[in-house]
Design a protein around this ligand. Structure first.
Ligand code: E4P
Length: 218
């Protein structure tokens, strides 16, 4: 399973990458706008900061524009995977980019039907929005589980990349569901680290050792 962080903030990427578990970075137009830099600068600086794929979403509303942007992003960094929206235009652009072998997939996915269209187009990934499905009163994790079952039944090779993950409860349910990848904010990833009983245990060990110093004489 791949773990991605959903941010264009290179300082935060460096912080969480030190945990040794970050397989790549996902971005979207809101994330890049929030970073306060241009799209190219964001993609290049993220690609320089992390080992692994950098997911970059198109902005254009028309098919030709999406295809042009996707190709340009790819020229900025080899690690780019193009994110196209689950719209009529997005699927058409996906078909063209995948036919040329460009790594590209479908994002802003809210239904299993959209996930089927993505897989039939040989999408590199499909990104269902778990948290936003929950916000809309649906079952985000349940929707991802259904997509996984359909993909298994049909032998589709598109990776299921669960997105819009808001907390570790959702993340754990997605790991259990066997997704190929999960993307989350640095905060949600950091929330995997601590446990009050770990802190308590460590305080006990430190108190017990007292001022005896380093066991290797440093
Ligand atoms: C996925 O790649 C998207 O960038 C992201 O997960 C959207 O999440 P949000 O609902 O927190 O905006």
């Amino acid at each position: 399973m791949k773990l991605y962080v959903d941010t264009a903030d290179v300082d935060r990427i460096r912080d969480v990458a030190a945990l040794g578990v970050v397989d790549g970075v996902t971005t979207n137009p809101s994330i890049v706008a929030e970073a306060g830099v241009g799209y190219r600068e964001a993609v290049e600086s993220v690609a320089d900061t992390v080992d692994g794929p950098v997911f970059a979403q198109t902005i254009a509303a028309d098919v030709d524009g999406m295809v042009r942007e996707g190709r340009a992003y790819q020229a900025w960094a080899d690690e780019v995977v193009v994110k196209l929206p689950a719209t009529r235009e997005g699927f058409a652009a996906l078909a063209r980019l995948r036919a040329d072998g460009v790594p590209a997939g479908t994002t802003v996915v809210f239904s299993a039907e959209q996930a089927v269209l993505a897989a039939k187009n040989d999408a590199s990934f499909v990104a269902p929005y778990v948290g936003r499905l929950d916000d809309a009163g649906a079952d985000g994790v349940g929707a991802v589980e259904r997509i996984c079952r359909i993909y298994d039944a049909q032998g589709f090779e598109t990776d299921v990349l669960a997105a819009s993950v808001r907390n570790t409860t959702q993340a754990l349910a997605l790991y259990e569901a066997g997704v190929d990848a999960v993307t989350m904010s640095p905060d949600v990833l950091e929330a995997h680290v601590g446990h009050p009983k770990t802190a308590e245990g460590m305080a006990g060990f430190e108190a017990a050792w007292g001022d005896r110093g380093s066991p290797i004489g440093e």
